[in-house]
Design a protein around this ligand. Structure first.
Ligand SMILES: Cc1cc2nc3c(=O)[nH]c(=O)nc-3n(C[C@H](O)[C@H](O)[C@H](O)COP(=O)(O)OP(=O)(O)OC[C@H]3O[C@@H](n4cnc5c(N)ncnc54)[C@H](O)[C@@H]3O)c2cc1C
Length: 480
């Protein structure tokens, strides 16, 4: 790839269309209109960056950031999913070199049959490698493996001057780009270190925790024995049950787990399977698909009563304790991916995802926040709690060693903004932070408190991109 690709040729006409399109994040709040451009080569990407204009541009992957990170009101949005080639797989050494627009779903399709898995996966496979690096995403293995960018060996970044730079870990540009929300440039390719697996099955242990303290005790005592660990938490439960939860922990099943007869695993979650079939193709990657959520869902359908009933059902259906259940990768990691467009279920006004982390030693703050959410009766179906390990080197990477809680809340909930502002205050006072890939509403003055390396990030951006070519709604709102 030529280093000065941007300077090579004038922008092809299809890269500067007058196609102004409303763009939102996954939460479907606050749409803004932008020129949507879909480069198909690195040169086209460079030409599009050069032609961004006064309102600048931002890269976009599969639009799974919940808030406004991949939007740019009045400017350009570069849809990177047209650059989706897997260039090279080192099946012996366990690395892949691919375009940034490749999805983790595609990587799983290609890599699992070869006995390799992505090192970190979020709760959906429908994210791109570029989006994974830009948000420095974490999975349920953060306590063991850290965030996605820890596994990136190098990347190619198209910067505001039109140059393509090779960026490696341990450099300021790498640490600003990992978690930098696309604001240092457009990631074009990445080389990622992979995880070896013997099968495409997970061996899963499930147990229930009766309240928040029971949950924290169980997670603290046993997390180190599991590569993947997460708890679904019932935030509508009150009184003695506040914080009751279902813990799900697992490991990639070794081949011998498919051979071992075990009555409890003759029926895998996500459908029946024959042990003989599983053994004949142990690395097959299979997903299931349920009907899509309807395009129109009346507001208020998913209120407190529905959420309470769902939560009660979900808690009760979980066993008190079950060990060694075999689950498909798609069931264990990506249950929601089975329902296309599930984000429509919150109706036209969409929903907010609130995710924060507070450090170990700040359990009182966590208890207070969980208590406030339970008392406020937020109709939340999807709330998960997990433990993070070591913080990551990315200057704006989200994780720090501590407890992270994520929950969905309908945006139409009265008084939601003021309520979440109050929680932000608690989080900041506990030296915690909220996750930028999920954010749609943080007050800018809290950003520097939550992200102490923000001044370095801003300084690097000023030097690298003095004209402010790369900008997003998130960046304008928070002054990134
Ligand atoms: C159901 C669901 C579950 C999720 N679970 C988790 C989770 O467990 N852990 C977690 O960390 N996150 C989670 N997320 C959030 C998601 O992983 C991140 O928002 C991720 O960044 C989305 O990737 P994307 O390709 O869709 O990027 P987009 O949403 O399109 O963009 C996200 C950011 O990446 C930037 N970006 C995208 N492509 C490039 C590129 N090529 N070059 C430079 N910048 C780029 C954008 O500018 C933007 O700032 C979840 C999201 C959903 C919808």
């Amino acid at each position: 790839m030529p280093a000065d690709a941007a300077a090579a040729a004038p922008a092809p006409s299809h890269l500067s269309p007058d196609r102004t399109t409303p763009v939102t994040g996954w939460g479907r709040t606050a749409p803004t209109a932008a020129r949507l451009i879909r480069p198909r080569t690195y040169e086209e990407a460079a030409a599009a960056v050069r032609a961004c204009g006064a309102r600048g541009g931002i890269a976009r992957g599969l639009g799974r950031a919940y808030g406004d990170a991949a939007q740019n009101a009045g400017g350009a949005v570069l849809d990177m999913t047209g650059l989706d080639r897997v260039h090279a797989i080192d099946a012996d050494g366990g690395t892949v070199l691919c375009d940034a627009g490749v999805s983790l779903h595609r990587l799983m399709e290609v890599l699992l049959p070869l006995g390799w898995f992505v090192p970190v996966t979020p709760g959906t496979r429908q994210v791109t490698v570029g989006g994974a690096i830009a948000a420095d995403i974490h999975g349920t293995n953060h306590h063991v493996s850290g965030s996605f960018a820890r596994h990136v060996l190098s990347l190619e970044l198209l910067t505001a001057d039109g140059e393509i730079r090779t960026v490696v870990p341990g450099t300021p540009l790498f640490d600003a780009t990992a978690g930098g929300m696309g604001l240092t440039g457009v990631i074009l390719t990445a080389t990622v270190r992979l995880l070896p697996v013997e099968t495409s099955w997970m061996s899963v242990d499930t147990e229930r925790a009766r309240d928040l303290d029971d949950l924290l005790t169980r997670l603290t005592a046993t997390d180190r024995y599991y590569r993947y660990s997460v708890a679904w938490i019932d935030l509508l439960a009150r009184g003695a049950s506040t914080g009751r939860a279902v813990l799900t922990r697992g490991e990639h099943a070794p081949l011998e787990a498919l051979e071992r007869p075990k009555p409890s695993s003759t029926r895998a979650r996500g459908g029946r399977f024959s042990r003989r079939d599983a053994l004949s193709s142990p690395l097959e990657f299979r997903t299931s698909r349920l009907p899509a959520a309807p395009a129109f869902v009346p507001e208020g359908l998913l209120g407190r009563t529905t959420a309470s009933l769902f939560n009660e059902f979900w808690y009760r259906r979980a066993p008190d304790a079950r060990a060694d259940e075999l689950q498909r990768i798609s069931t264990f990691f990506h249950l929601l991916d089975g329902v296309p467009h599930w984000n429509r279920i919150y109706g036209r006004s969409g929903f907010v995802q609130y995710q924060f982390v507070v450090g170990y030693g700040h359990e009182e703050a966590l208890r207070r926040i969980v208590g406030r959410i339970s008392a406020r009766r937020c109709p939340s179906f999807l709330a998960v709690l997990k433990r993070f390990g070591e913080g990551d080197p990315g200057w704006l990477s989200f994780p720090l060693p501590g407890w992270t809680l994520a929950l969905d809340i309908p945006a139409s909930l009265p008084g939601l903004g003021a309520f979440l502002d109050g929680l932000d205050g608690e989080v900041a006072a506990a030296a915690g932070r909220v996750y930028l890939a999920k954010d749609a509403r943080l007050r800018p003055e809290l950003l520097a408190v939550m992200y102490p390396r923000l001044p370095e990030f801003r300084a690097l951006r000023r030097e690298l991109d003095p004209r402010g070519v790369f900008v997003s709604d998130l960046a304008r709102r928070l002054g990134l």
